[in-house]
Design a protein. Structure first.
Length: 221
């Protein structure tokens, strides 16, 4: 129980809020309840996410627009299709050679792979070649970039997933999903809403405890 207004101000500056409990009867009652913002288990994409090496190889997928979002589609080699679909949620580097080759590799294992470009042709590599690069785009604001594209991805991804599921696939089709960095929350959401029966992520970002609490026991991550 806190009574000192100075202490309350300090906590408010830390993002902690106070509210009066429901049982309080008088306006002058000092009792307060702490309301602590949910903390990240995996923090938003940071400078470490700008590290990496561009791999060489020739992508064999095709492009298609689904629900207004450009989508890379990689199909299994003839005779290897397992009848299932894998949804690919990219990292901040978006659609680039590494991602294409990873999606093609999953397709080689029998999955029809679909990956959406929720950065709308504006991946981070157009602004930063690596985390030490400050010449490609000297005025690049990484935080503003993340805010802009997170807002779009949060709105577009569920719409895109719904549109993919409406396509004419085998009625026995099963959905799986993978996400890297920026894409990790969408793996959890696909598991939580029952779209995917299994999912995986690597080097996750933007994850909170609530993402895991919503995953059902029938799903696997």
């Amino acid at each position: 129980m806190l009574h000192n207004s100075d202490n309350i101000s300090v906590f408010r500056n830390m993002g902690i809020r106070f509210s009066k409990p429901r049982h309080a009867q008088q306006d002058n009652e000092p009792e307060m309840v702490l309301s602590i913002p949910e903390q990240y288990l995996a923090k938003p994409s940071g400078p470490c996410c700008l590290k990496g090496t561009i791999h060489k190889g020739e992508a064999r997928g095709r492009w298609e627009t689904i629900a207004g979002v450009e989508t890379y589609i990689s199909t299994p080699p003839e005779g290897k299709a397992n009848g299932n679909i894998l949804l690919y949620f990219p990292d901040v580097w978006g659609m680039f050679p590494n991602g294409f080759l990873v999606m093609d590799a999953f397709a080689d294992e029998g999955y029809l792979v679909l990956g959406l470009d929720y950065f709308c042709g504006d991946p981070v590599w157009k602004h930063r070649k690596n985390r030490h690069d400050d010449t490609t785009d000297p005025d690049f604001d990484y935080e503003a970039w993340k805010h802009k594209h997170t807002a779009f991805a949060d709105e577009a991804t569920p719409r895109w997933v719904a549109a993919v599921k409406q396509r004419q696939f085998n009625e026995d089709v099963k959905y799986f999903c993978v996400g890297y960095c920026f894409g990790a929350p969408y793996v959890c959401k696909s598991l939580a809403d029952g779209t995917a029966i299994a999912g995986a992520f690597a080097h996750p970002a933007f994850l909170k405890e609530s993402h895991f609490q919503k995953v059902t026991s029938e799903s696997r991550s």
